[in-house]
Design a protein around this ligand. Structure first.
Ligand code: SF4
Ligand code: SF4
Length: 96
């Protein structure tokens, strides 16, 4: 992997945090994710789920909602929390 590719990969925001101590490896987060971004080995009760496509997360929160033991926390990126883009640029013409 080139150093440019490594830098890009490193800069991808991880949209969810999974607490490995709390997770009971039930597969529900893998099942519910609408973008199929979470991968959990189905027949293996030892492995943790992983976020396979972090840059494609919709931040819908379904994985966090369905987790029976509250092991998932959705981490919104800074540009969503402190958005510097004005509404007109984001949504187009605003009718006044
Ligand atoms: S927040 Fe939604 S899209 Fe993102 S990983 Fe969770 S279920 Fe999938
Ligand atoms: S839903 Fe929660 S407990 Fe179940 S595999 Fe996902 S993170 Fe672990």
């Amino acid at each position: 992997m080139s150093s440019d590719a490594k830098a890009i990969k490193k800069s991808v925001h991880n949209p969810i945090r999974i607490d490995p101590e709390t997770c009971v490896k039930c597969n529900l987060c893998d099942w519910i994710c609408p973008g199929d971004l979470i991968y959990k080995e189905e027949d293996n009760r030892e492995t943790l789920p992983v976020i396979a496509y972090p840059d494609e997360c919709w931040y819908c929160g379904l994985c966090q909602s369905i987790c029976p033991v509250d092991a998932i926390t959705v981490i919104f990126p800074d540009q969503m929390i402190n958005c510097q883009t004005d509404v007109k640029t984001l949504l187009g013409k605003v009718i006044e």
